[in-house]
Design a protein around this ligand. Sequence first.
Ligand SMILES: NC(=O)c1ccc[n+]([C@@H]2O[C@H](COP(=O)([O-])OP(=O)(O)OC[C@H]3O[C@@H](n4cnc5c(N)ncnc54)[C@H](OP(=O)(O)O)[C@@H]3O)[C@@H](O)[C@H]2O)c1
Length: 218
Amino acid sequence: MSIDGYIDSAADERVVLSNDADLDRVDAVRADSDAILVGATTLRKDNPRLLVRASSRRAERVARGLPPTPIKVTVTSRAEFDPSAAFFVAGDSEKLVYCLTDAVAEARCRLGAIATVVDGGRPIEMCRISEDLGARGVRRLMVEGGGKVFTQFLTAGLADELHLVVAPLFVGDSRAQRFVGDGSFPWNPDRRAELAEAHRLGDVVLLRYALSDRFGRG
Ligand SMILES: NC(=O)c1ccc[n+]([C@@H]2O[C@H](COP(=O)([O-])OP(=O)(O)OC[C@H]3O[C@@H](n4cnc5c(N)ncnc54)[C@H](OP(=O)(O)O)[C@@H]3O)[C@@H](O)[C@H]2O)c1
């Protein structure tokens, strides 16, 4: 996020927050995860590939008996996705779309050939997604954004670990997306989160918070 807490600009053009060292760190975290989740807006707006970039990391995963790249996961109430989006076409890993019950039939028509559409319930709760992913063998889920998804995982108390990277710039426009929206967070003035690490990566800083007793396990 920016110094003033935004994860993008308000303009169509994406603002660059990470630097190369941080992107490499993100790649290592991806390689260590069983699945990566992004919200539908991030999928539409950023068109992320969500692959492990370093060939050495993909090879290490394969040597451990894992697919080269983690399962890709998204969540939506309406499944209005371009089937040629990088989420669907890049890489051979499984793609899971958690969809609001009402839109499941339409989503399966549109995406059934390229992704597994899962009935996420009505409403879709991140706890239920986590449990379903657990039943599919996912032990470590990396949530890459955006703000609405971060807010739900954090307010529900589901995150074991938070990696907050602060980039040295201001966005300065309240129409832009903040890191999180309003909500009742388990960490507040009465219960401070535990700062486990502060690490400089060039011109950005990584703040790693331990949010549950599962922090650092596995
Ligand atoms: N700097 C970073 O690290 C970073 C990382 C990721 C994203 N971003 C930025 O974040 C922005 C997007 O964030 P955002 O908060 O607007 O969106 P988001 O969290 O990416 O996605 C929100 C969308 O996901 C679906 N969704 C989320 N929770 C749902 C639920 N419980 N039930 C049903 N559908 C659900 C809905 O999609 P439908 O509309 O399809 O129903 C909702 O509109 C973009 O500008 C992106 O560039 C920044």
